[in-house]
Ligand binder design. Structure first.
Ligand code: 2DT
Ligand code: MG
Length: 243
């Protein structure tokens, strides 16, 4: 197998430190003279990305299904260039990807002022079972990203939502509230099990609550290994979600 770049994704809740770590990582790749490129989803610069940006800043309302498809379309816009870069030996580092797409959409529930389901008197169903059902089915959320380039390595920066919520800049955008983030974290855990079961690259969980430098070192060890596998031809061709 020829050498190629590694496709590395960084995922996590809002304020888990992804963007800081991604830019530090690019610097380290540069210093090591490993050709690399940083991309970020949503990419707010494209026409689709501008609509997503306006939705996230609550300036526009979009149907939940439609916005989910737009987030996916925003990845499809870049899919062929990602493959081209990887095949040209460039390591592609991606700040959020399809896993955020699934986790943030599949965790949506009807607003809490919606009427609660009626439980018959004497029913054994406990109140905790009355949590609102998901707005979008998990399998539906997964489907638009089928066949996108699959990451070789996903680093998930795990952080408790209550810790993230205390970090600077939290709460400015849609989805940045603790209840939603709790559900997103559960969804990420389900996704990680599927990634492992289906062999969609490696999924590594790192504690995003640790010191910045400590997290950076741990990410660097994982990424260096993925880059080595690419150079030595062990990664094979670029795989697709969720082949
Ligand atoms: P940033 O804070 O990283 O800019 O993300 N999101 C992201 C989705 O709902 N679907 C997706 O496909 C992606 C990539 C996560 C902005 C928010 O957009 C959410 C947080
Ligand atoms: Mg954000």
């Amino acid at each position: 197998m020829p050498r190629r770049g590694a496709f590395v994704v960084i995922e996590g809740l809002d304020r888990s430190g992804k963007s800081t770590q991604a830019s530090n990582l690019i610097q380290r790749l540069d210093d090591a003279q490993i050709p690399s490129k940083l991309i970020k989803f949503p990419d707010r610069s494209t026409p689709i990305g501008k609509l997503i940006d306006s939705y996230l800043r609550s300036e526009t309302e979009v149907d939940d299904h439609a916005i989910h498809l737009l987030f996916s379309a925003n990845r499809w816009e870049l899919a062929s260039s990602i493959v081209k870069d990887l095949e040209a030996g460039i390591t592609v580092l991606c700040d959020r990807y399809a896993f955020s797409g699934i986790a943030f959409s599949a965790s949506k529930v009807a607003p809490s002022d919606a009427p609660k389901p009626v439980v018959a008197e004497g029913s054994s169903i406990a109140p905790t079972h009355q949590t609102a059902p998901p707005l979008l089915p998990y399998s539906w959320c997964r489907s638009p990203d089928v066949s996108l380039p699959a990451p070789d390595l996903t680093v998930f920066l795990d952080i408790l939502p209550e810790i993230a919520s205390k970090r600077a800049g939290y709460g400015n955008e849609r989805y940045e509230n603790q209840e939603h983030q709790e559900r997103v974290r559960e969804l990420f855990s389900r996704i990680s099990e599927e990634v492992e079961a289906e062999g969609v690259g490696r999924w590594v969980v790192l504690d995003g609550g640790l010191e910045l430098k400590e997290v950076e070192e741990a990410i660097w060890r994982e990424v260096r290994e993925a880059v080595r596998e690419g150079v030595e031809g062990e990664l094979g061709g670029v795989k697709r979600l969720w082949d």
